[in-house]
Each structure stands twice: as C-alpha cells, then as structure tokens.
Design a protein around this ligand. Structure first.
Ligand code: ATR
Length: 286
C-alpha cells in the first residue's frame, strides 16, 4: 500500500464539476494517479448546480486550479465561459476537460479519444472500412460518434428510441462520415451488417441492470459489442453477447479510465499510470 500523498501549500488543485456528483469515481482515480506519479496535487468533486456554472469557472481562474473535468449536465454550457476550445471538442460540441494555462482556459473533449483508445487496446478492432451500429443519440453518443467517424468507418447507423434525434445527430456528423439515423425498430435489419455495435443509451445502467438496448439474438459471433456503461462493470447486454453469441465485448470502464488518462496527460504532460488508475476504480466496485 502506498502512503497517502501529502498536501501542503504547494498543492495544485483539480476537480470535477457536475450535478449530481457524489457517485463520481473521478476523484479516487485521479488522486491515485497523482499519488503514484508523485505529483503534488489534489482532485475534488464539486457539486455545481444549474445557474452557478459561470461563477464556478471564474473560480478556476481565481483559485488557480490547473484543471477541471466537466460532467453532466454542464459539458455544453461550459463552452461559453472558456477562452479557447480545442478542435475536437468544437466538433463534438461538448467539453469534458479544462486546462488552465496561467488564467487562459482551454476546453478539450477526451471522451471520444478515450473510447477509441480503450476499444482498440481491448479488442484490436480496426474500424477503417467497417460498418458500425450505434444505439442511442444523446450526449454520450455524440463524442463516441465523432471519434468513430474519424477512425474511417465505412458507414455509421445511429438507431434511437426518438428517431428524430438519431437523424439530427446523423445530419450533424455527415461532413465527417457516411451516416444515417434510424428508429429502434430498424435495429433488426441493421445489426447483421455491423462489425461494431455500441450501446450509448442508459439501458442496463445501475439500478436497471436487467434492461438491454436490443435483442441479443440478432448479434453475429464476429461482431464486437461495446457498452459505454461501467456501472455495472459488465452489463447484461455484454454478458449475453459474449455468453450466448460468442461476441468479443468491450465495457465502458476502459473509456472512463482513458478519458481520465488523457486529461491527466494534458494537465501534467506526463504519461498516465493507467494500470494504477484501473486498479483503484475496480477496487471501488468491490
Ligand atoms: P447521455 O448524456 O448519457 O447520453 P442522454 O443525452 O439523456 O444521456 O441520452 C440518453 C440516451 O438513452 C438517449 O439516446 C435516449 O433515447 P431518447 O433520445 O429517445 O430519449 C436513450 N434512452 C434512455 N432511456 C431509454 C429507454 N427506456 N429506451 C430506449 N432508449 C432510452
């Protein structure tokens, strides 16, 4: 066991802004990362209620925080209060990571790149020229959708309960990829074509662990099946895709770890201690 790291008058501050926030695993993950790399820093969870985000961002400058993660529901609004937005975050239309360079705040989005890095490391899939089925068209789907488009997928099908939202997201991505929006009733016709199926909905998330986003019997064994959910660590959807269909699976934990790892790297300029970060998050589920 490592000794807990010491906080003093040189400690650099970091945190995550969200509402709700008490469930967040970012503080344990990033504090462990600082501890094992010997960075004198502390990372807190800040409950920022709607209407106070502008003041909270001013606080980053005033208190000279080096960096902040931004989560639901603030990822879009926060862009109004920053000095610069990285190209990837602008494309996605959402920021999850802020870097403070002597009072200049720049917004990044590490969700999509974190997703792709964990997907490749865990499954080895190469999306170039392949078709992808994304289920869900909310905030989480945006970041992942753009990242998949940038990987050179041949076509992205977006299927959503509210078909109009799938079509809107598809339209906003059309300059980056061949993409189309569909209703959930079309999943049966599309699933067989996809090399990768991704659940971007909240179906199956704790406490509704019995929900699944689609009929698992439609999945071919050579499909990679991915879920952005990491609580539970293995959703019913992934478990059945693996056990009943023989599919390779990828859970949301990897995306969570790597979005945090990219943030750590932007803030500190050092490689993130991925395995220590993964271990402490896994311990927190026990
Ligand atoms: P997030 O930021 O986590 O993506 P969100 O923007 O609220 O959250 O998006 C939630 C996604 O889950 C949406 O695609 C939503 O479908 P709708 O656009 O039709 O609302 C989907 N979703 C949530 N509950 C669902 C349910 N019971 N059945 C089908 N889809 C559901």
């Amino acid at each position: 066991m490592l000794t807990s790291h010491k906080l003093d008058s040189h400690t650099i501050l970091y945190g995550v802004f969200g509402d709700p926030i008490r469930h967040s695993k970012s503080p344990i993950m990033l504090n462990r990362a600082f501890e094992v790399t010997g960075v004198n820093a502390a990372y807190g969870a800040f409950h920022i209620v709607p209407g106070t985000l502008k003041d909270a961002v001013a606080g980053i400058r005033a208190l000279q925080f080096r960096g902040v993660n931004v989560t639901v529901p603030h990822k879009v609004e926060v862009m109004e209060y920053l000095d610069a937005i990285d190209e990837g975050a602008r494309m996605i239309g959402a920021v999850n990571t802020i870097v403070n360079d002597n009072g200049k705040l720049t917004g990044y989005n590490t969700d999509g790149i974190g997703y792709i890095r964990s997907l490749k490391e865990e499954t080895g899939i190469d999306l170039r020229g392949r078709k992808v089925l994304m289920i869900g068209a909310g905030g989480a789907a945006r970041g992942v959708g753009y990242a998949i488009a940038k990987e050179g997928a041949a076509h992205i099908y977006i299927a959503n309960r509210t078909k109009e939202k799938a079509q809107e997201l598809a339209a906003s991505m059309s300059e980056f990829s061949s993409v189309s929006g569909h209703g959930l009733d079309e999943v049966a016709a599309l699933a067989g074509e996809a090399a990768l199926i991704v659940n971007n909905t909240s179906l199956g998330m704790h406490p509704n662990v019995d929900d699944v986003p689609m009929d698992v019997s439609l999945i071919r064994p050579d499909t990679v099946v991915s879920d952005l959910i990491y609580n539970p660590l293995l959703t019913r959807f992934l478990r059945e895709a693996r056990d009943q269909r023989g599919a390779a699976i990828h859970s949301g934990l990897g995306m969570f770890i790597y979005q945090g790892a990219y943030a750590f790297e932007y803030w500190t300029g050092q490689p993130a201690p991925i395995e220590a970060m993964r271990a402490v998050v896994l311990e927190s589920f026990e």
